[in-house]
Design a protein around this ligand. Sequence first.
Ligand SMILES: Cc1cc2nc3c(=O)[nH]c(=O)nc-3n(C[C@H](O)[C@H](O)[C@H](O)COP(=O)(O)O)c2cc1C
Length: 306
Amino acid sequence: MMQQPNLKVNIGALKLQNPVMTASGTFGYAREFDHLMDLNRLGAIIVKGLSLKPTRGNPPPRVVETACGMINAIGLENVGIEGFITEKLPFLQNLYPPLIVNIYGKLEEEYWQLAARIDEVAAIDGIEVNISCPNVKAGGMAFGVDPQAAYSVIRAVRQQTSKPLIVKLSPNVTDITEIATAVEEAGADCISLINTISAMAVDINTRRPKIANIIGGLSGPAIKPVALRMVWQVAQKSKIPIIGIGGIMTAQDALEFLIAGASAIQVGTANFINPGVTTEIIDGIEAFLIERDIASVMDIVGTLET
Ligand SMILES: Cc1cc2nc3c(=O)[nH]c(=O)nc-3n(C[C@H](O)[C@H](O)[C@H](O)COP(=O)(O)O)c2cc1C
């Protein structure tokens, strides 16, 4: 009988008991899942994307199901950073897993102001920066699709915080490695990918888009092969750890990302189908390691043979 395998992974200075985290926007502020699962089993908790001020988001319909996935255009509805600190943090700070706060802005200064505020809050263990948002000063082009804009915003955030800094990449680019290199040079400690893929759906009866915002973001199993490809491409070039995201529904999906080069993974859309899925994925990874006599989950990271 072999010993229990070691599921621990490090993401820069963050120490995780296992590689399974919740993806921003699909797990609320975690309390919503408290009665459905044991939150303390998670590797880390990532909460809904926060802005400086509370945001109401887009008009409905904001979500539509598609083949093997869903499209959403929630419009980043959230309680704002101060609302988060006063209303949500008291519950979250008593949980065991590291707490990572996801942030976004429409201007570079909003990003670094958020980072500066979060840096003062001891109970927040890390920051994930969502750069998939439109940059108002650049005519609405997302920060994350231009290496210079991505570098500039992450550099500004880095200067405001010494907390572990994860940068979450947009897949809506031609060469993902170009953006990954830019944010690594700007001081990111870790790269997470992918955010949703730009998409739309049409209702043939009304001839209207199925989402009020017309365009939304595709997530779920449909995007997994794209996400895996991007994780693998970034892993070839990058020296910092990678967190894989996109269509992870099962332990097998998670293992595919680890083999492709991710040190940890996030589960998003799957939480809507099965709120206990993250614990099942943790158990499944452990079972895989036991079956194959592998001592540590790190022993499989980046072991893809090509
Ligand atoms: C309803 C919904 C809301 C989301 N909100 C955010 C968000 O606030 N910030 C962010 O960085 N990503 C957000 N995402 C993207 C997810 O975190 C994740 O990157 C994406 O859904 C791909 O993973 P999945 O296929 O496992 O869902 C959201 C996704 C969904 C489906």
